[in-house]
Every structure is written in C-alpha cells, then in structure tokens.
Ligand binder design. Structure first.
Ligand code: NAD
Length: 394
C-alpha cells in the first residue's frame, strides 16, 4: 500500500504520472452519460482492443453501461509500483471494473500487447469464461510500435509524403506559437506505419475470433479513423498515417464481406479530433484543437469521447441499428467538426493566432485543462491536497 499526494509531472505532450481519484471521477462521469444515452437493445459481450483511454475507453463504457454487455478490455498500461503511480489507463480500467461489479456486470481486463498471439489467446479464453461469443468488437489501438513474433519491430511515424511540411504549431512546453518543419517519409516509414496503424492486426483479431468460434452471429466490428481539415492533410490524411487509415478502410471491406451474410458488419468510423494521449503528440493538432474547441463550444456542438461514442452506438452500430455511410462506405461522426461553418471559422482564425493572443483567441486553456484531466488532474470535485492510494488493482 502506498498513499501520497500526487501532483502532475508534465513534459510537453507527455504526462509522467496520473491521479487515481481524478481518473475514477472521469470514468464515473462517462458511465453516467453512457447510461443516459443508450439507443436501446442489449449486447451480451463486447471486446475492446485499446480500451483504457480515449475512444476505446468510451467504447467500453458505452457497451457495458449503455447496452448491458459483459466485456473483455485489452490495454497496454503501467501498473503502480511502490510509490510510483500507475498510468492513467490503469486507473481508468480499475474504476470501470469497480463500477461494473457494482452493477452486476463482468469486465475482464487484459494488460498485454495487442499485436501478440498471447493477447489473442488470452482474449479468447476470457470470452469463453464470460460464457459466450462476442457481439461487438471495437478496435481502438493507438500504438507507436509493433513487434512481430520473429522479433522484427515497426515504428509508426507521422510524416508527410513527397515534400517537407511547414506549419504553425504550439510548443506545449513553452506555450508559444511556433513554426514546425517535418521532413518527408523515407525508407520503410510508410510500410512501418501501415503495419502498426493499418488493418492487418484488426484482421488477425477477427480471423482468430472466427476460427475459435467465439464470434456471435451478427457480430459487429468497428475501427476508428480521422480525416480533419485541409491544413492538417499533408501530415495526416495525405501522410504516412493516412496510408495506414486507408489500409484500415480496405480491411473493413474485407471483414464486412465475411460478417454481413450473418447480419453483422465491419466499418470504419471517422471520429472528431479530441484531446487524447495519441492526438496531443501529433504536431499542429493541439493548435487546431484549441481553435476547433473554441468554435464548437461557442456553437454548442462540442463533444468529448463519450458523447461521440454514445452517438455512434445510438445512431449507427448499436443493436439493430443500420449505419449511415458516406460515399466511401465510412460512418461519419466527425460531421459536426467538418460542418462548413465550423471549418470556415477555424480557417479564418488560423492565420491570426500568435503567442500573444493564443489564450484569448483560442481555447488553448481548455486544451491544457483537458490534457491534464486525461491523467486525472484538474478534475472538478477531487481534493488534490489529500493523499490518495496508488496501489489500485485492475
Ligand atoms: P489513446 O492513446 O487514448 O488510446 C490508445 C489505446 O491503445 C490505449 O487503451 C492503450 O493502452 C492501447 N494500446 C496502445 N498500444 C497497445 C498495444 N500494443 N497493445 C494493447 N493496447 C495498446 O488513443 P485515441 O486517441 O483514443 O485513438 C484510438 C483510435 O481512434 C486510433 O485509431 C486513432 O487514430 C483514432 N482517432 C483518434 C482521434 C483523436 O483525435 N484522438 C480522432 C479520430 C480517430
């Protein structure tokens, strides 16, 4: 047991620690929204790959507390060790487990590498132990790297293709608007990013679940993507990560062909830009999000991960729902972000932003607050002067 006062240790886009009580309060807020926002119907069992933070955590909470599912939740998180706190995702899933038990639901948490066959073995065994096949599989990994069974390692990179990318950005350490330069992809950058963030591992999961006969008839599976505004296209949609997302979309079509005859399906959902651990690390995105949040909050259309996923399940992939698809076959819950008036307002603000007006003209304060809140800090209702128990079991 180790109880202590925990203060944030932040370096740029990385927070080195987490506050267990703050993470628990964040989860409780999401649980309440998931319970209110259900679209009706029930799922028996859910599997969420990348379930501990961001969109995956919201998907897990929505499936369990909105649709009554028991669940297997896979993550790669750091356990608390002595006087060192665990990672935010660890504390998030500890609280999901506690809340689920209180409601008579079962959530089995697996902490391991999703790319490994061990994780797939463990998930199949955990689904069997839950007593039946899986009705919904959410693939929400955001991983910097992948190591294959033969030891070969691949690193995902965020690079433009063809030419150097220059853009305005924010230096998160100094809170100043700066200019960044990113050199184009070279060597095996594209192949490696597709390996890590493309659809190969999603397909491996679905093939494995089918082979083990743990897919329920009518099983639905969804993976997440992002498109965003033209100003980020060179580094995102038209860059190395965009190639991986294109591969994810192609994989959805292959999986859909296998699942649709029994009434199921596979889709990519294009989601809104959000402050998460993954997105904060993408150059330019923190500045774009600061402007986007300013505009969407003023319009009353701002959503966080739980609001997005509640809407995704209620309108598109929940039990009995028929997804509405765009011309490329994707679900679009980024529709409010991409609304022409929102995009025009952001594009008009973009050239006017300087270090001096950053706080007044954008929601950079909201970005920073939300970033800290990802790790359980600055969460309303938490007394940060009190010691808190770090040794929380999953
Ligand atoms: P996140 O960083 O909040 O969550 C990533 C999850 O993956 C965590 O649960 C982490 O534990 C898990 N994980 C990472 N590596 C793992 C591994 N090797 N094995 C097991 N688990 C592992 O990320 P996020 O922002 O919620 O992104 C999830 C998906 O949503 C990604 O595909 C991302 O591209 C997409 N997306 C994100 C945004 C955004 O703005 N954040 C927008 C649209 C789409």
């Amino acid at each position: 047991m180790s109880s202590q006062v925990v203060a944030p240790r932040i370096r740029g886009f990385i927070c080195l620690n987490a506050h267990p009580a703050g993470c628990a309060v964040n989860v409780q807020r999401q649980v309440a929204l998931a319970e209110q926002g259900t679209g009706g119907g029930r799922w028996g069992r859910a599997l969420v790959i990348g379930a501990s933070t961001g969109y995956g955590l919201a998907s897990l909470i929505s499936a369990v507390f909105g649709y009554g599912a028991d669940a297997v939740a896979l993550c790669l998180e750091r356990a608390p060790q002595g006087d060192k706190p665990g990672s935010a995702g660890w504390y998030n899933l500890a609280e999901v487990g506690r809340a689920a038990r209180a409601k008579g639901r079962k959530v089995t948490t697996l902490n391991g590498d999703a790319f490994s066959s061990q994780a797939k073995d463990d998930a199949v065994a955990a689904l069997r132990a839950l007593g039946g096949p899986v009705d919904v599989v959410i693939y929400s990994l955001a991983s910097p790297r992948r190591v294959d069974a033969d030891g070969k390692s691949w690193s995902s990179v965020l690079k433009p293709l063809g030419g150097t990318y220059r853009s305005k950005s924010i230096d998160l350490n100094k809170d100043v608007v700066n200019e960044i330069t990113i050199e184009p992809a070279s060597g095996d950058d594209i192949e490696a990013t597709v390996k890590v963030m493309g659809g190969e591992d999603w397909q491996a999961w679905m093939d494995r679940l089918a082979k083990e006969k743990v897919l329920a008839p009518g099983c639905r599976t969804v993976a997440y993507s992002y498109i965003g505004p033209e100003l980020t296209h060179p580094i995102y949609t038209n860059g190395t990560i965009g190639r991986a997302k294109a591969h994810l979309e192609a994989t959805a079509k292959v999986l859909h062909a296998g699942l649709s005859p029994s009434g199921g399906g596979a889709w990519v959902s294009v989601n809104k830009a959000l402050v998460t651990q993954a997105s904060s690390a993408i150059p330019v995105v923190p500045l774009y999000i600061s402007l986007l949040y300013k505009v969407m909050k003023a319009k009353g259309t701002h959503e966080g991960p739980i609001e997005q996923i509640v809407r995704l399940f209620r309108d598109h992939v929940g039990p009995g729902k028929t997804p509405q698809l765009d011309a490329q076959g994707r679900i679009r819950i980024d529709d409010w972000e991409m609304a022409p008036d929102v995009q025009k307002a952001v594009a008009d603000l973009w050239p006017t932003i300087t270090t001096e007006n950053l706080l007044a003209a954008s929601d950079y304060a909201g970005f920073k607050q939300e970033f800290r809140s990802l790790f359980g800090f600055e969460v309303p209702g938490v007394d940060y002067t009190k010691p808190v128990e770090l040794d929380v079991a999953l």
